[in-house]
Design a protein around this ligand. Structure first.
Ligand code: GMT
Length: 376
C-alpha cells in the first residue's frame, strides 16, 4: 500500500508510535511517506520505502499565528497527487485530522480519492481537544474520518463521553518492537558508570510537562533513597524541569539525581533500571511504561486513564491514586527490598510487554487500512 503518515515529529508518544509504525510498514514492503514540519526524531531516513516531505510554513508578519493547517493540507494534496497515496494516517486529531479532511475534499475536486485514518492518542481528546476552543472542529474531524482508532479502551470511552461521536472507534493498543530490547548483559549495560554496586536505579522518562507530575517523581524518590541506597535517572526535557532541579537541590539530593536530557536511546537507558516511575495525572496509554516493561523494568504508576490496561497491579508493578506519593514510594521500597519479588516482577513486566509486540499490532493497522479502502 502507499501510505502517508502525519504526526508530530517530536519526543511525544504519538510521534514515536507514528514513526515506529511507518518504519515497520516500510520494512514490510509498504511505501510510506511522512508528512510533517520536521524529520521525526526516531525516523531512519535511509531505510527502504521511506520518504519524508517537509511542511514549510511561510512566516508572514501580518499573521499573529502562522496557519500550519493550511500549509499541511496543501502539502497533503501535493504528496497524495504526486505519489498516488491511498491512505492518509494521521496521528493526533489536532490539527492533523482537520487538515486531512480538507485535503481529501480538495483532492475529490480533482477526481482523486484518498482515505483518512485518524488515530487518537490522548491529549488531543482529554486535555486539549475537548476544550471549547477546539471541540467542534475535533468532533467534526473524527466523525468525518474513514476509520478512527484509539490507543486504549479508556481513551475510546473518554472520546465517547466528551464528544458526540457518530463513527465506530477501533481500539488498537500501542506497540513495542521487542527486538530493540534484547537481554543486555551487565558489561554492555555498564551500571557501575552510574551507580555504586549497592545502589538501585530508579528511572523516569517524560517530556516533563505538568501532566507527567515530575515533581511527584522527586518526592517519591526522596522517600525511596532514605530507605535504600539509590540513584534517579531523569530522561527528557520540558517546562517542569527547572522546578524539578530546584526541588532536587532543596532536598539535598543533587548527587543522587542524574539529568540525561532528551534521548533517542531510551532502550539503552532503561537497561540500567530497577524501577520505573510514572505518577502522571493522566495517560491514555503510557507508552513510556510499556517501553520500561519491554526492558524488564517494573512500573510504579498512578491508576489513571489507560495505565491499568498496561501496568497490572501486583504483577508488573503497582498502581496508586493520583498524588499519593507515599503509597508509590512504599510500593517501590517493598519491591526493591525483596530481590526475589523484584526479579519476578521484572519477568512479568517483560511477559506483559509481549502482549503489545509489534508483530501482534502491525497487522491490525493493515486491516484498518484495508477497511478504510473499502469504506464509502
Ligand atoms: O503524553 C505526552 O506527553 C505526549 C502524548 C502525545 O500525544 O504524544 O502522549 C499521548 O500519546 C501516547 C502515545 O499514544 C500515549 O502513550 C500517552 O499516554 C498519551 N499521553 C497522555 O494521554 C497524557
Amino acid at each position: 500500500m502507499k501510505i502517508g503518515i502525519v504526526c508530530y515529529p517530536t519526543f511525544g508518544g504519538s510521534g514515536v508510535v507514528a514513526t515506529e509504525l511507518g518504519m515497520a510498514l516500510a520494512d514490510k514492503g509498504h511505501e510510506v511517506h511522512f508528512i510533517t514540519y520536521k524529520q521525526p526524531v526516531r525516523l531512519d531516513l535511509l531505510a527502504k520505502n521511506i520518504h519524508f516531505h517537509e511542511v514549510f510554513v511561510e512566516e508572514y508578519p501580518l499573521f499573529h499565528f502562522q496557519p500550519y493547517e493550511l500549509a499541511l493540507s496543501t502539502k497533503l494534496v501535493e504528496v497524495v497527487s504526486m505519489y498516488d497515496l491511498e491512505i492518509l494516517h494521521v496521528h493526533y486529531a489536532i490539527p492533523h485530522a482537520y487538515a486531512a479532511y480538507m485535503a481529501k475534499q480538495m483532492l475529490l475536486r480533482k477526481g482523486i480519492e484518498v482515505k483518512v485514518v485518524t488515530t487518537l492518542h490522548g491529549t488531543d481528546i482529554t486535555l486539549v481537544g475537548s476544550h471549547p476552543t477546539y471541540k467542534a472542529a475535533v468532533e467534526f474531524s473524527i466523525n468525518n474520518s474513514d476509520v478512527v482508532t484509539a490507543v486504549s479502551n479508556n481513551l475510546k470511552e473518554d472520546t465517547l463521553r466528551l464528544f458526540n461521536i457518530e463513527t465506530e472507534i477501533d481500539v488498537i493498543y500501542n506497540f513495542i518492537d521487542l527486538k530493540k530490547y534484547p537481554v543486555i548483559d551487565d558489561l554492555q549495560c555498564n551500571r557501575s558508570a552510574l551507580a555504586n554496586e549497592n545502589e538501585k536505579i530508579i528511572t523516569h522518562v517524560s517530556n516533563m510537562r505538568p501532566v507527567k507530575r515530575p515533581l511527584d517523581v522527586i518526592e517519591i524518590f526522596y522517600k525511596i533513597q532514605k530507605e535504600i541506597p539509590a540513584k534517579l535517572l531523569l530522561v527528557g526535557e520540558g517546562p517542569e524541569i527547572e522546578k524539578v532541579e530546584y526541588r532536587v537541590k532543596e532536598l539535598g539530593i543533587y548527587d543522587k539525581v542524574i539529568f540525561l536530557g532528551n534521548s533517542n536511546d531510551v532502550n539503552k537507558v532503561l537497561c540500567y533500571s530497577d524501577i520505573f516511575l510514572l505518577p502522571s495525572r493522566t495517560e491514555s496509554f503510557g507508552l513510556a511504561a510499556l517501553e520500561a516493561m519491554a526492558a524488564r523494568t517494573p512500573v510504579i504508576s498512578t491508576n489513571t486513564g489507560g495505565l491499568p490496561e498496561v501496568n497490572i497491579d501486583g504483577v508488573t508493578g503497582y498502581l496508586s491514586d493520583l498524588g499519593d506519593v507515599q503509597s508509590m514510594a512504599l510500593n517501590a521500597i517493598h519491591l526493591l527490598k525483596d530481590e526475589n519479588k523484584l526479579d519476578e516482577f521484572k519477568q512479568n513486566a517483560h511477559k506483559q510487554a509481549n502482549r503489545f509486540s509489534l508483530d501482534e499490532i502491525l497487522p491490525k493497522y493493515e486491516q484498518v487500512y484495508n477497511l478504510a479502502k473499502v469504506s464509502l
